[in-house]
Design a protein around this ligand. Structure first.
Ligand SMILES: Cc1cc2nc3c(=O)[nH]c(=O)nc-3n(C[C@H](O)[C@H](O)[C@H](O)COP(=O)(O)OP(=O)(O)OC[C@H]3O[C@@H](n4cnc5c(N)ncnc54)[C@H](O)[C@@H]3O)c2cc1C
Length: 398
């Protein structure tokens, strides 16, 4: 049965769903607020979960060619020089790794594939409400579109179609994409972080290249309280650079590339799980269903898993209501698990808590080296815990 489907949001989840659903013969229209196609946000890590879904979309090889292959996540506490984060993907499986890349690189691949599969993409369309009973969407310009057989909310963390956050997180991050320096003290196969207690955190992540012959890049992160962002913008940039260099002297060379505040983009994090996931003809995927801090690096991967699960359920069940129930059943356990883990782990790296930082440095770090902790950590970071791929009939690397 061919359905007439509207997807609100041309982000990672929305575009992946559009590709899969168009391939299955549905008529797909995507609405996004952007005036011209453009991704919003920092570089990120695709884990084995997300990479397997990209394999199903036929994009894995291209993503791997553009991205940087990450073998470990490594963090040092500047207070005591102890290694307090040391996750090696290979602790779980030989040759397992993450791929970190610029958001634009993935966006371009998804966007062009969605178009070539026949999805229609409508830009400058800010969605403000949905009418789940009739399958209509209302736009900011007053236009109503529909009716559709199915409305997919892929509007991300601040979707007007899902519930408001009751837990906006205290900390967010400033981030910038920079050129990978010729002479670098950084590991091209690692996401590296430095912490001072849990109050300060800086990260350097290789983020590959935008085009096959483009420059190698990295994404630099600086953790900042959301309520300190305005003051940070007003203060001289050099005041902040002094703090950043004091935390991590080797970043001085990188920070030379930052000459004005606007080069750093502020990302505010939220933690929220929307319920119900399905209401009549409206279904949520990605951050609009489950937003979390990116500390565990799962959000984009979860959006890809959701998109695949939804298409899979619609393929398997001719009745939409039954298909939507099957979709929620396939994804709910994994979503709950990762929401809980993210809620637990985020304050260990981003909070005012002295106690949590102390426990991290002196208790959790030594324990994390004792088997089976390295395997569990690698399973958590690669998204394997909860076996989300198995629930979708997939194997890692399919
Ligand atoms: C700093 C940072 C680092 C991150 N690092 C990682 C990482 O390493 N690994 C990982 O897996 N995840 C990471 N994430 C999380 C990841 O980016 C999100 O989980 C993921 O993008 C969610 O995908 P989505 O499709 O649900 O929403 P999005 O990708 O956010 O897409 C939403 C789309 O909806 C559009 N839109 C929004 N509102 C409207 C509206 N009202 N009307 C019309 N269009 C609208 C937007 O323009 C956008 O195109 C990170 C996030 C941040 C902020």
């Amino acid at each position: 049965m061919s359905l007439n489907i509207a997807i609100a949001g041309a982000g990672i989840g929305g575009l992946a769903a559009a590709i899969l659903l168009s391939r299955d013969g549905h008529r797909v229209t995507i609405y996004d607020q952007f005036d011209a196609p453009r991704p919003v946000g920092a570089g990120f890590i695709l884990q084995e979960t997300g990479l397997t879904i990209l394999g199903e979309l036929g994009l894995r090889e291209q993503v791997e060619a553009l991205g940087a292959s990450l073998t470990r996540l490594h963090g040092i506490s500047a207070d005591n020089q102890r290694t307090v984060l040391n996750v090696r993907y290979t602790a779980l499986r030989k040759r397992l790794c993450g791929v970190s890349l610029q958001r634009c690189a993935l966006f371009d691949l998804l966007y062009n594939t969605a178009l070539s599969e026949g999805a229609e993409i409508v830009s400058s369309a800010r969605i403000i409400t949905a009418i789940p009973s009739t399958g209509h969407l209302t736009r900011g310009d007053g236009q109503t579109t529909g009716p559709y057989d199915l409305l997919i909310d892929a509007l991300g963390v601040r979707s007007p179609l899902s519930s408001r956050s009751r837990h906006p997180l205290t900390f967010g991050a400033l981030w910038a994409t920079l050129d990978w320096p010729d002479e670098s003290a950084f590991d091209a196969g690692a996401l590296e972080q430095r912490y001072r207690r849990a109050r300060q955190m800086a990260g350097v992540m290789p983020s590959g290249q935008l085009t096959p012959d483009g420059k190698q890049t990295l994404t630099y992160f600086w953790s900042i309280r959301a309520d300190a962002h305005t003051d940070w913008k007003k203060a001289p940039l050099d005041d902040w650079k002094k703090q950043a260099i004091a935390l991590w002297p080797e970043t001085e060379l990188l920070l030379e590339q930052i000459t004005c505040h606007d080069q750093l983009t502020f990302a505010r994090y939220d933690h929220r799980t929307h319920s119900p996931v399905v209401r009549e003809r409206l279904v949520h995927i990605g951050d609009s269903w489950h937003a979390a801090s990116p500390q565990l690096g799962q959000g984009a991967n979860m959006a890809l898993l959701d998109a695949y699960a939804l298409a899979y359920a619609l393929r398997d069940h001719p009745d939409i209501d039954v298909a939507l129930k099957a979709y929620v059943k396939m994804r709910r356990g994994h979503v709950r698990l990762f929401q809980a883990m993210s809620w637990m782990f985020t304050p260990v790296y981003q909070s005012e808590s002295v106690v949590l930082a102390w426990l991290r440095d002196w208790l959790a770090a030594p324990l994390s080296r004792i088997p089976p902790a390295p395997q569990i950590l690698a399973g958590m970071v690669s998204g394997a815990i909860g076996r989300p791929l198995k629930r979708l009939g997939l194997k890692p690397g399919d």
